[in-house]
Design a binder for this molecule. Structure first.
Ligand code: SAH
Ligand code: SF4
Ligand code: F3S
Length: 373
């Protein structure tokens, strides 16, 4: 019995596919990289931008023929895209040959659903879920081990679908995280641990007693062993001096910070509900650079947010120039159904978004070239 997984989206999803893989291997399946010979194919989907969703529709649709030839094959679609009820229903309607549809909160039940699917179609979504600590992971990222420290997001940036498909912030307990780190270190197979959360800086605020992310880092790095710790993603509104100092002095913490700015213009930042200003952001960048020599800073940007003018976009260009990043991701704003920004007036035409994204990426290329000289 063979299985194949196609993963879209962020590191969190990559890590969740490691859990799906563990569950399937416990059921007796073996991985194949050829989807046409698989007995079970899982699509672990992403909803962050329209492009991501279109790719999923295209690739699932393309399996129709294969399923006709091999009706015993089971196709399952899970993750952020199908967590949205209207998308789950659309899948069912458009692709009646899909056997299992589930969301993010009931991912740990995928094995059971696949067994049930031998007799009937399964569509099950949960509106909320507890943190799942039971299952293991079939780690697939070489010498790097992903460790999830929290789930969900409370920030509701106005463009973003994540809080709707991943729920509110829930932190794992320190004990469970430390146990997982110890297990990973004990294998001797990993020299890097990357802690995952949508906003790692708000780790532990929901625990009693509360624990700060810096405290968690201290506890993790006090575990004996030859490994380094990285983390993503940090939110500029929550990053503390304490954390910056800890990164600076702690040999076991990687000197890499992904700190998405999204925009360099204060009016747009406010419309995005990011809760910091350009000045605050640049101030953090200066602090980080002053305290951590050779630090690598990277960022994400969204261009063409509703009502963004050319001048406001130029503020993003100048922020990129000032921050001197080690790399950036730039995205065209993509309206996500159900978010505040998707209903805003003043949507920016695609052609302008395209121009802006190219300008921003070209600027970053130029900056990198100069830095390399
Ligand atoms: N939790 C992280 C990352 C979230 S998603 C954070 O807060 O930074 C990764 C990136 O996708 C975001 O940083 C943002 O730049 C981009 N993104 C999110 N929603 C988007 C949308 N509707 N359109 C375009 N880009 C988007
Ligand atoms: Fe989305 Fe904002 Fe949460 Fe990041 S912090 S996941 S961009 S809502
Ligand atoms: Fe990640 Fe995409 Fe979901 S970026 S959290 S897989 S919407």
């Amino acid at each position: 019995m063979l299985y194949h997984i196609v993963t879209y989206g962020c590191q969190m999803n990559v890590h969740e596919s490691e859990k799906i893989s563990f569950i399937l291997e416990e059921m007796g399946y073996t991985f194949t990289d050829k989807r046409e010979e698989a007995d079970v194919i899982v699509f672990n989907t992403c909803a962050i931008r329209e492009g991501a969703e279109e790719r999923v529709f295209g690739n699932v649709g393309a399996l129709k023929k294969l399923k006709k030839m091999r009706p015993s094959m089971i196709i399952a679609v899970c993750g952020c895209m199908t967590q949205k009820e209207e998308k789950a229903k659309l899948f069912k309607q458009k692709f009646p040959f899909v056997d299992v549809i589930l969301g993010t909160f009931n991912l740990h039940k995928i094995g059971q659903y696949i067994l049930e699917a031998k007799n009937k179609k399964v569509l099950e979504l949960w509106q909320e879920g507890a943190l799942d600590e039971e299952k293991g992971y079939n780690r697939t990222s070489g010498q790097n081990a992903w460790i999830n420290i929290m789930q969900g997001c409370n920030n509701f940036c106005t463009y973003c679908i994540v809080p709707y498909v991943r729920g509110r912030e829930k932190s794992r307990t320190v004990e469970n995280i430390l146990n997982e780190v110890k297990e990973v270190v004990k294998t001797g197979q990993y020299n890097k641990i990357t802690l995952l959360g949508q906003n790692v800086n708000s780790y532990g605020k929901d625990l009693t007693p509360s624990v700060s992310f810096t405290q968690l880092l201290r506890l993790i790095t006090s575990i004996e062993g030859d490994f380094k710790v990285g983390f993503m993603t940090s939110h500029p509104k929550d990053i503390t001096d304490e954390l910056i100092d800890e990164i600076a002095i702690n040999d076991k913490i990687l000197k890499e910070i992904h700190l998405p700015a999204q925009s360099g213009n204060n009016r747009i930042l406010k419309l995005m509900n990011r809760k910091y200003t350009r000045e605050h952001y640049l101030n953090i960048i200066s602090k980080i650079k002053a305290k951590i020599p050779n630090v690598k800073i990277t960022s994400d940007f969204i261009v063409g947010f509703p009502t963004e003018t050319e001048d406001e976009f130029l503020d993003t260009m100048s922020l990129v120039e000032q921050a001197k990043y080690d790399g950036i991701f730039a995205f065209m704003f993509s309206p996500r159904e159900g978010t505040v920004a998707s209903k805003m007036e003043g949507q920016v035409p695609l052609e302008i978004k395209r121009q802006r994204v190219n300008k921003l990426l070209n600027l970053e290329k130029k900056i990198q070239k100069e830095a390399n000289k």
